[in-house]
Design a protein around this ligand. Structure first.
Ligand code: SF4
Length: 357
C-alpha cells in the first residue's frame, strides 16, 4: 500500500500554502513580544499548560519552558499532559499528538494552535484502507507508529514510538508472532533488519526524513571528517547505514551529550537543535543535507506542519471553537488498549522484567 497520488497532492498543496503564508508573514520584535505576553497570561487564566514537540519553532519551545510546560517527544508530551494538574492542555505539535493526549486524558480539554497541522504518515494511513488490510491478515499482530489517527490506533494491537519500536518488534518476534507494521516503511525496514522479525509493511513515509540523502551526508563527512552522524530511523536505509548512532529524537539528543565528538551531522527535523544546543552548548550541530538527486525540498528538514505552530495561532487558540481535539469515546477507549500496552511495556523494560502479553 502506498500514499495515493490524490493524498500526495493534498500534502503538496498544504505544504505550498504554508510556505507561501510563512514567506509573507513575519512579525516584528514588538509584535512577537506582545503575543508572548498574551499567551503567558491566557495560560494562567485558562488553567492551561503548554506542551510542545522538539520540532516546533524555538520561540514556541522557549514559551513552553518559561511557563512550566514541557518540550519533548510525542510519548513524553502525552505522559506530561496526563500527569499535570492543568485542566486544559495546549498541544503545540501535530494532530496525532493532540489525539494521543486526549485518549490518555479524556477528561481534559485539549486544544491546538491549528488542527491543520497533520503528518504525512497519518495522511498516508487512512483507517478506510488500513482496516481492510489488517482484516486480510488476521494471523499478524498489528503494530502502528504513534504518528497515526485515533481510529488507526484503535485497530492496532500495539502502538510504538521510535524509541521503543525495536524492543517491541524483538519481543513479538521472540514470541513467534508475525507483524503488520504501519505506517513508516523506513522505520519498519530498519526494525526488520535489526530484529529479523516477519514484518508485512505498510508503505508510508515522513516527508521530512525521507529527503535526507546518503550522497549529501557522505559529501558533508568530507568537510567535517571528525563529525559523528546521528540519524532518526524514519530516514532511508542508505542514510541509516552511514549513522554512528540511530535513534528517536530523545535518543539523538542524549547521543550528542554522551558521545565524545564535538561535531554532529544530524538527520532529523532541525527544530531539534534548540533543545540539543541547550544540552551541548559547545558542540557544533550540522543539519544533514536534503538536496541532491531526486530532492524536492518539500521540507528542507523542517516539518511544514510543525511550523504551523506559530505565536499568532497559539495566541488565538484559546478563543477559537474549531481547534479542540475531540475523540469519539468508543474509539478512544479502544485506542487506549494498545497505548496502555506500550506504556506498560516501556515501564517493564526499565525494570528489566517483561511479562507475557
Ligand atoms: Fe510527520 Fe515527519 Fe512532520 Fe514528524 S516530521 S510530524 S513524522 S511529517
Amino acid at each position: 500500500m502506498s500514499i495515493a497520488s490524490d493524498r500526495l497532492e493534498v500534502i503538496r498543496k498544504q505544504v505550498e500554502e504554508h510556505l507561501d503564508h510563512a514567506e509573507k508573514h513575519t512579525l516584528s520584535d514588538e509584535q512577537a513580544e506582545a503575543l508572548r505576553q498574551q499567551i503567558k497570561q491566557r495560560l494562567i487564566d485558562e488553567d492551561a499548560v503548554l506542551v510542545a514537540h522538539y520540532y516546533t519553532a524555538p520561540e514556541i519551545q522557549a514559551l513552553a519552558e518559561e511557563t512550566g510546560g514541557c518540550v519533548s517527544d510525542s510519548l513524553e508530551m502525552a505522559r506530561f499532559g496526563h500527569d499535570h494538574d492543568a485542566t486544559t492542555l495546549v498541544v503545540a505539535g501535530v494532530r496525532f499528538m493532540g489525539e494521543t493526549a486526549k485518549i490518555l486524558t479524556p477528561e481534559k480539554r485539549v486544544i491546538m494552535p491549528t488542527l491543520d497541522a497533520t503528518c504525512s504518515l497519518d495522511i498516508g494511513c487512512p483507517i478506510e484502507e488500513f482496516g481492510p488490510f489488517c482484516d486480510a491478515h488476521p494471523d499478524r499482530k498489528v503494530v502502528v507508529y504513534a504518528n497515526t489517527s485515533a481510529a488507526v490506533k484503535a485497530r492496532a494491537d500495539w502502538v510504538v514510538t521510535s524509541s521503543i519500536a525495536l524492543d517491541v518488534a524483538e519481543y513479538l518476534h521472540d514470541q513467534g508472532e508475525k507483524i503488520i507494521w504501519a505506517p513508516d516503511r523506513h522505520l519498519g525496514d530498519y526494525v526488520q533488519r535489526q530484529t529479523g522479525a516477519d514484518i508485512l509493511m505498510w508503505d508510508g513515509a515522513c516527508i521530512v526524513h525521507e529527503e535526507f540523502k546518503a550522497r549529501g551526508v557522505q559529501d558533508l563527512k568530507q568537510v567535517y571528517p571528525e563529525a559523528a552522524v546521528l540519524v532518526h530511523p524514519e530516514s532511508p536505509a542508505s542514510v541509516i547505514e552511514l549513522a554512528d548512532r540511530v535513534g528517536s529524537t530523545t535518543q539523538i539528543i542524549k547521543a550528542a551529550q554522551d558521545m565524545e565528538q564535538q561535531q554532529f551531522i544530524v538527520a532529523t527535523d532541525q527544530g531539534i537543535f534548540y533543545k540539543m544546543q541547550q544540552v551541548v552548548p559547545d558542540k557544533e550541530l550540522i543539519i544533514a543535507p536534503t538536496a541532491g538527486h531526486g530532492a524536492t525540498c518539500l521540507s528542507c528538514a523542517n516539518c511544514p506542519w510543525m511550523a504551523m505552530n506559530e505565536l499568532e495561532t497559539l495566541a488565538g487558540a484559546f478563543d477559537r471553537t474549531d481547534n479542540e481535539i475531540l475523540v469519539d469515546p468508543a474509539v478512544g477507549e479502544r485506542a487506549m488498549v494498545p497505548l496502555r500496552r506500550m506504556l506498560d511495556f516501556a515501564r517493564q523494560l526499565k525494570t528489566g522484567v517483561l511479562a507475557a502479553d
